[in-house]
Design a protein around this ligand. Sequence first.
Ligand code: APR
Length: 181
Amino acid sequence: MEKMIGKTKLSLIQGDITLQETEAIVNAANTSLLGGGGVDGAIHRAGGSKILEECKQIRAKQKGCPTGEAVITTGGNMATEYVIHTVGPVWSGGNRNEEQLLRNAYCNSLSLAEKNGIKSISFPSISTGVYRFPVDKAAKVALATVKEFIQEHRFEEVRFVLFSERDLKVYEEALKEIFTS
Ligand code: APR
């Protein structure tokens, strides 16, 4: 599914984020920046050791990456040029500022991309795996945040790469809702 917001294409696809050829892909990392499972593991495996090396250089300077913040490294062996590592919130019932922290993760990733002159970027469904953020809530927060950001800041494409058919459907429903409300 695709929507134009101004001159920016907002697209939803099912696939593997490590194969995307957008200028940047976003990693759902953890605060240590030392890798993990899920999309974090897939990106480090596909991108190779250069990514971890650069993450360690960042750690040396600023320890790790606080929840909701974002850092940038090379894309290593992948087709993408950059990986923007962001840390989503762990879902703990919804009363621990999780929605705002998820908004921050998307906003700070897009701001960092813009600062680096990046015009196309792919996001996974941040926080909806190991961090257990309900995917229907996360989809609404993610798409509303991205829509608002790209109304003010121009990109060529912002792409959501959903790993499962089910998640793609949830994001498609959320996008329809946002565009009809
Ligand atoms: N491409 C796209 N999406 C993927 C891929 C992939 N190759 N692999 C997994 N996903 C999806 C998952 O199915 C889920 O929908 O990414 C979404 C986010 O799930 P996680 O990777 O578990 O990320 P998150 O919930 O944010 O938890 C982050 O998990 O792997 C650890 O180090 C990571 O501690 C951090 C935590």
